[in-house]
Design a binder for this molecule. Sequence first.
Ligand SMILES: Cc1cc2nc3c(=O)[nH]c(=O)nc-3n(C[C@H](O)[C@H](O)[C@H](O)COP(=O)(O)OP(=O)(O)OC[C@H]3O[C@@H](n4cnc5c(N)ncnc54)[C@H](O)[C@@H]3O)c2cc1C
Length: 393
Amino acid sequence: MQINTLILGAGAAGLMCAANAGPSTLVIDHAKAPGEKIRISGGGRCNFTNMHTDPGRFLGANPHFHKSALSRYTQWDFLDLVNRHKIAWHEKTLGQLFCDDKATQIVEMLRTELTRAGAQLWLQTALADLTHDGTRFTAHLEREGKRHTITARNIVLATGGKSIPKMGATGLAYDIARQFGHAVTDTRPALVPLTFSDQRFAPISGVATPVVAQANGTAFEEALLFTHRGLSGPAVLQISSYWSEGDTISVNLLPAHDLAGTLRTARQTHGKRNVTTALAEVLPERLVDHLSTDLPLGGNVGDLSDKRIDEITDRLRDWTLTPTGSEGYRTAEVTLGGISTDRIDSKTMMSRDAPGLYMIGEAVDVTGWLGGYNFQWAWSSGVAAGQAIVQTT
Ligand SMILES: Cc1cc2nc3c(=O)[nH]c(=O)nc-3n(C[C@H](O)[C@H](O)[C@H](O)COP(=O)(O)OP(=O)(O)OC[C@H]3O[C@@H](n4cnc5c(N)ncnc54)[C@H](O)[C@@H]3O)c2cc1C
């Protein structure tokens, strides 16, 4: 079978690319259903984009690479598509847009667009091998026990990163990129809970509190959640992308509270109150109990000197912790790193060295913050490649 474009991976980026790459496009996936990560994302409601999408909210070795695609297919373009498909949505917080109903509406929308564009989707299909003769790619596919030989002018790598292997994540895009001479940067799990080998937070697992969490100079003000194995919640997931093994993190437990002022006032008005009781007015009680095993928080508020008040406040504003690890790819929302952007054209997403080879989505070394940014990168890079393919056809 001769086609114009073979897309490997029917996830967010591959489906979006297929909807834009013109007819004579085949998208394959080894899974039973397309867009499985879309389906489970955002607690089943898919945080499909973010109103505040901005290149500064993405990580990668080249901080400029993703600017072009993000500016040519924006969050407003995707929202327009969602509106045209009459999918109801709402802003949850911090510009994060979610479906009112079900994430599968986004998958259905992309399937409809793909069919409208004249593309085909083959599921439960595996790639056996891929070669290039200088003009065309030849791919051997295995589907329902049969072998198919496909020749295509273009190949799009859209098989994503390594996160959640149970859902079918593989390193296929990295392997093919390497086969065609592209470098792959070091990869690690990101947007992932951090762990402590001594499970010190197990007794307060389930407690959540607003914080400013910081790692290597980057800070996020959001909720922190204590878990059996360590720390989670949006603040921690965000800083996990800036944290590497051995690094410390700093947690400000009093992001919006003048604890020193409260304690000084309480010293006059409620001098007999326990320090821990006073702290429990601004922090969850179970957290205060836990902190008191580490910090000297005994005695009454009336006995606190100014110096002691400042010491307590400083410690709670800069609680320094050294996680021993992360939950890894098993639960990570994304993979940090990927195919190096050095030899990829940022306008078309095409290889500078192997004409006709395109790389999009999470497989590439572009990683967004938590909050809809990763899907926006999948949509923007998918459209960039799709439109470039149509223009060269
Ligand atoms: C639990 C969870 C929740 C998330 N929630 C959000 C969210 O709300 N908002 C947000 O912006 N981002 C979210 N993300 C991140 C987002 O899902 C990804 O960044 C995005 O799906 C990447 O799109 P992609 O197309 O590059 O890869 P994927 O969507 O992962 O698609 C890759 C596709 O390739 C297929 N594939 C892989 N290997 C092979 C192979 N060897 N042969 C054939 N097919 C293969 C896979 O089956 C898959 O269908 C979440 C991630 C997870 C894990």
